[in-house]
Design a protein around this ligand. Structure first.
Ligand code: FES
Length: 69
């Protein structure tokens, strides 16, 4: 689904950027150029960022517990 219509960026592209290390709106702007034109997508980009960072953090905790066991 398109999130940033101005730049033609989809939610999957944003998730890929997060999976490759983007951890802030600054990173997403730098990597994908989202929210740099009209800015209407900024709220949705931030929501995707927070949702996916939480998932990544949960996975990291689960991996740490698996290694410790
Ligand atoms: S919709 Fe993303 S900058 Fe306009």
């Amino acid at each position: 689904m398109y999130v940033c219509l101005c730049k033609g960026i989809t939610d999957n592209q944003i998730k890929d950027a997060i999976n490759h290390g983007a951890c802030s709106m600054r990173d997403l702007r730098s990597d994908l150029d989202v929210a740099t034109q009209c800015g209407k997508c900024a709220r949705d980009c931030k929501s995707i960022l927070l949702e996916n960072m939480t998932s990544n953090q949960s996975a990291a905790i689960a991996n740490a517990q698996f290694i410790a066991a």
